[in-house]
Design a protein around this ligand. Sequence first.
Ligand code: PHE
Length: 345
Amino acid sequence: MTELNAIVESAKAAFGQAATPADLENAKAQFLGKTGRITELMKGMAALSVDEKKSRGAAINLSKQSIEAALTERRAALAQAELDLQLKAEALDVTLPGRKRGTGSLHPVSLSMERIEQIFGSMGFDVADGPEIENDWYNFGALNFPEDHPARAMHDTFYVEGGKLLRTHTSPMQNRYAVQHVKKHKAAMSAGETMPEIRVIAPGRTYRVDSDATHSPMFHQVEGLWIGQNVSFKDLKVVFTDFCHTFFETKDLELRFRPSYFPFTEPSAEIDIQFQAGPLAGRWLEVAGSGQVHPRVVENFGLDPEQYIGFAFGVGADRLTMLRYGVNDLRLFFDGDVRFLSQFQ
Ligand code: PHE
């Protein structure tokens, strides 16, 4: 084997051993670099005669070309290997099941609210919405609360800055809605027409400093108000009984109107229900406060209490939801545990 052939062979061997592009470039330098073996041979030609230079130069060039070809081939092989490795590392397993987005559902209390709106809607009640941060007038004053009523105390009410408070019930919506209603029909009323009846429910969040298995600092109420010229306690009984039968999908329950006190109704009653069958059968359960709207409250609507009369109620929407679904701890509604919530889909 000639000296040149030996160099070519050792270059091929060195390139073959190079495991990375960097190794390969180092190996290349040994043969084709400034002090590489081929380069040195070229330099060595200076001493030769012109004829010798020709043949020697041609031979060296051939060897150089072989080495370059081997180098190009090895570069391509290494690049391909690198690509293969990368493709393997980044491979997608298209057989893996995708990540599914769970289908959400409405909260059980929201389901109840919707149901309550639907039922009262079918009885001709409008649905009204109002602020959760109230002022003293709507929450207490307009509702005939005396100045020293315990519900106004810090231990019951969340006061916020500027004399405002988190509404302790949905009853402030009575005055907010009625005053607008009266305003709307004022002209017709002064012309001697009678006012169309006020028939409204106001569902929403309410707040009290209270927390145990059946009370939470934030809870839900639905206010009801029906004012007309001839609306009596009897109508309240009929409407509320009808509502309970529809809401609980059974007529197999009793209602009891238990005398009570609210500053804004007179007479007043707590409404208790008793299921005649099922797991809750036989127990009286309180679901709402109610009563005939107090003359002073009617007056605050801008109406003559001698002419207009009616009833109001405030039903606990969380309580209704607990009864409907047999939930025994109110706090479950507010924990946000999907295992609980997904049962109401
Ligand atoms: N607002 C009363 C409460 O929160 C309930 C109620 C509403 C009572 C309307 C009478 C009339 O307890």
